[in-house]
Design a protein around this ligand. Structure first.
Ligand code: GLN
Length: 543
């Protein structure tokens, strides 16, 4: 029978529940258990697809085409598993289902009520997500005390009654501030959060204490005394970033294990470990992240840049993480610079690109800064500078090649110029059909067939599956024109209509894909294209 671990957050939002959840999952995997994870988002959107990335971070795409919260990405990167879209539950989905059932008459005349119908639907979904896994982690978004997450707390309380107290535990992740005027770590907000959680009938089994520094014995004891939680179940989870700190989230499972969290959790769940953890390879990767031998300078040329650093980084988090995974694998620190493509519309700014060992053009939408991206790609092509294009990045690589090599004046994507004389990137008639029928994009995992090429040698396979999130495609009318001028369309859909990968022969590294390989990168298995890109950038670095 599946055991459940529910993770909720107290005191402040952004306390690190996602990393905590993923880290606990990683620890339990090391003890030999199969683990899955569910993210609950208490908002009314049915999924994250309609949310602005600058507001809510990156939209994560699952294999089965779901557009979900980015925490699913955190779980996949730590756990090296593929989660289905149903593992992201939102309030919107719950209410939609209940209301649809009500309209169909499925409730057979009953009064449909918040209790019991909403928690029942929540638990039905949680149980469906567990499949055949030994342990299911359930992260409840938001902060204890929010009105919004009460239904989910009530649901997990009743799930505990249903499955038994040895089969479901609650973990509360809190924050312990150190006010600068007293320079002392305060436990009061944590005590208050525990109290708030208890108002929902839940007594937490563990408290994970986030804070600038580690929690000392005195404070653990204080939480025990005031909140009735054994001090050994009060676990310290100090900040990982700052001077002298590891500066990588991947160290968190190791730090939690220092406090024996794995065995303590197993004891509460009445589980015997299936094997002894072997952290050798994880530790090796983490040590390469902390103390790499080399340094590689990568520029990411995109938009979303005038919103401030924080949201910018969050909207491209999968790319940053995929670069870190590749960096750890190649023993190099990746120093990322975020360049505004608008600034590169002025050609006199292009030579600054030579400062970098490699350039990435990431995915994107709309027309702002596109000429800067095209200039960047031309510069990479002509100056043998390693280039990796992701989705929109592939589309502009094709536009650039069409204009400057094939001589197709004003070639463009119809997303930017609907009147272009050469719509090298366009919505294909087959796609138009899907979109008018309510589909929004080509989403999720698609198969590509690779011909002999650098890309094929990187993937070491003829067939690859990568995830997609886009509307436009390389226009088949131009395939031969592009190929005749030397652009290798080296990966296509099985029916050969859609271009999935392109590369330029006789270039250090000039590869682009219509997919988003960053969605399948984990610390233990870096995405092959990112890995090869970083390897080339490092080996050929002139810096
Ligand atoms: N805007 C482009 C499209 O819709 C690319 C999308 C992306 O980069 N994810 O096809």
């Amino acid at each position: 029978m599946t055991k459940y671990i529910v993770v909720a957050g107290g005191v402040i939002s952004g306390v690190g529940k996602g990393v905590a959840t993923a880290s606990i999952g990683k620890i339990l995997q090391e003890y030999g258990f199969s683990v899955t994870a569910v993210k609950i988002d208490p908002y009314l959107n049915c999924d994250a697809g309609t949310m602005r990335p600058t507001e809510h971070g990156e939209v994560w795409v699952t294999d089965d085409g779901g557009e979900t919260d980015q925490d699913l990405g955190t779980y996949e990167r730590f756990l090296d598993i593929q989660l289905p879209r149903t593992n992201n539950i939102t309030t919107g989905q719950i209410y939609r289902t209940i209301l649809e059932k009500e309209r169909r008459g499925d409730f057979l005349g009953q009064t449909v009520q918040f209790i019991p119908h909403i928690p029942e639907e929540i638990n039905k979904r949680i149980k469906e997500s567990t499949k055949d896994h030994d342990i299911c982690l359930v992260e409840i978004g938001g902060t204890i005390g929010d009105y919004e997450n009460i239904p989910f707390l009530l649901a997990t309380r009743s799930l505990k009654r249903e499955v038994g107290k040895d089969s479901l535990i609650h973990i509360l992740v809190t924050y312990l501030p150190i006010p600068s005027h007293i320079e002392e770590m305060k436990t009061k907000p944590t005590q208050m959060s525990i109290k708030l959680l208890e108002e929902s009938g839940i007594h937490p089994d563990f408290i994970l204490c986030r804070g600038k520094t580690a929690l000392d014995k005195v404070r653990k004891k204080k939480i025990e005394t005031y909140s009735g939680i054994d001090s050994e179940d009060v676990i310290s989870m100090p900040d990982i970033s700052g001077p002298g700190k590891p500066n990588t989230v991947y160290v968190v499972p190791l730090e939690l294990e220092e406090e024996n969290l794995g065995e303590k959790v197993l004891k509460k769940l009445k589980l015997e470990k299936k094997k002894n953890p072997d952290w050798t390879s994880w530790k090796e990767k983490v040590s390469k992240l902390i103390n790499p031998m080399n340094k590689t300078k990568i520029a990411i040329v995109g938009k979303y840049l005038n919103i401030g650093d924080y949201s910018l980084r969050d909207s491209y988090i999968s790319i940053s993480e995929a670069l870190k995974h590749a960096g750890a694998n190649n023993d190099t620190k990746i120093e990322v610079s975020w360049l505004n493509s608008k600034d590169l519309e002025d050609p006199t700014n292009l030579p600054q690109l030579n400062e970098f060992d490699g350039i990435i053009i990431p995915g994107g939408f709309g027309s702002s800064g596109t000429e800067g991206k095209i200039n960047t790609i031309k510069f990479c092509r002509e100056n043998n500078l390693p280039f990796l294009g992701l989705c929109y990045g592939l589309q502009f690589a094709v536009v650039e090649f069409a204009r400057n090599v094939c001589g197709l004046v004003n070639a463009n994507t119809t997303e930017v110029d609907s009147n272009t004389p050469h719509p090298v990137i366009d919505i294909l008639p087959e796609q138009k059909d899907i979109y008018t029928k309510g589909g929004t994009m080509r989403l999720g995992s698609y198969k590509a067939i690779l011909q002999d090429s650098v890309v094929k040698s990187i993937y070491k396979s003829e067939i690859v599956h990568e995830r997609h999130r886009h509307r436009y495609e390389v226009n088949p009318f131009y395939h031969t024109i592009l190929e005749n001028k030397g652009l290798s369309l080296c990966g296509k859909s099985p029916d050969k209509k859609l271009v999935e990968f392109i590369e330029l022969p006789n270039h250090k590294f000039f590869i682009a894909t219509q997919a988003h390989p960053e969605f399948k990168s984990s610390l233990e298995k870096p995405a092959p294209l990112f890995d090869a890109f970083v390897k080339t950038a490092l080996q050929t670095s002139t810096n």
